[in-house]
Design a protein around this ligand. Structure first.
Ligand code: PGA
Length: 255
């Protein structure tokens, strides 16, 4: 049985106080419907990370993630945050390769491979994002695009290290657009990713890697997405900023 996971990616939102309040609201919202079988990961901004980790560490089933890390251990990189610094806050996860990082900050697969390495070296679990853009989807090159991201970002890893990952499939055209991948598109790609991992690392590993769906996932569509056999949960942007919606998504797994 693979883990069921829901990650809330706050992106560049919430003041310090608003962020801590949102965490309290999420915890409160889930008190009556705790979804004990679901791992709940909150990825606030760096500003909130230490305080969020402190707040959540005593609560069962909650974890925190950073949204990014630098690819070098430490040094004169003004404004950057190292994996070791993230680990020192108590966070155990880090999102790597989000399409906004790839698009707006020019992060390519080679750089992301280094970020994955430094995250793993610091005992952080990478939540590695991949997904095709609209052009690639329209040109029917989506499988190839995702395969390349897998290959160049992750296939340098040993089997032991690869088995520590969480993967998030996020079609770029679905992120923040209100357009969600259909069940058919989501399950099709998740199944493809799993079969590619199977080819490279074998069934023991491909069958345990959680693959999350991201892209306009919300309280209305989460249930049918999470019911797909190869969809193990979601990476949630916009809908993770409202406690009621986020809790509803967490409670969307069918038994
Ligand atoms: P969205 O973002 O849920 O707002 O589409 C998802 C993500 O970017 O992780």
């Amino acid at each position: 049985m693979r883990k069921k996971i829901v990650v809330g990616n706050w992106k560049m939102n919430k003041s310090f106080d608003e962020g801590l309040k949102l965490i309290d609201e999420i915890v409160k919202e889930l008190a009556s419907q705790p979804a004990d079988n679901v791992l709940k990961i909150i990825a606030p901004s760096f500003l909130h990370l230490a305080a969020a980790s402190q707040k959540l560490k005593s609560l069962k089933g909650f974890e925190t993630a950073a949204q990014n890390c630098h690819h070098i251990a430490n040094g004169a990189y003004t404004g950057e945050i190292a994996a070791a610094m993230i680990a020192s806050t108590g966070a155990d996860y880090v999102i790597i390769g989000h399409s906004e990082r790839r698009l707006y900050f020019g992060e390519n697969n080679a750089l992301l491979a280094q970020k994955v390495n430094i995250a793993l070296a610091n005992n952080l679990t990478p939540i590695f994002c991949l997904g095709e853009n609209l052009e690639e989807r329209n040109a029917k090159q989506h499988l190839e695009a995702v395969k390349q991201q897998l290959k160049e970002g992750l296939y340098h890893l040993t089997a032991a290290d690869f088995s520590r990952l969480i993967i998030a499939y996020e079609p770029v055209w679905a992120i923040g657009t209100g357009v969600t991948a259909s069940i058919h598109q989501a399950q099709g790609m998740h199944n493809y990713i799993r079969s590619e991992i199977n080819k490279k690392y074998g069934k023991d590993i491909s069958s345990i890697i959680p693959i999350l769906y991201g892209g306009s996932c919300n309280a209305q569509n989460a249930k049918e997405l999470f019911a797909c056999i190869d969809v193990d949960g979601g990476l949630i942007g916009g809908a993770s900023l409202k406690a009621v919606d986020f809790a509803a998504i967490i409670n969307s797994f069918s038994e």
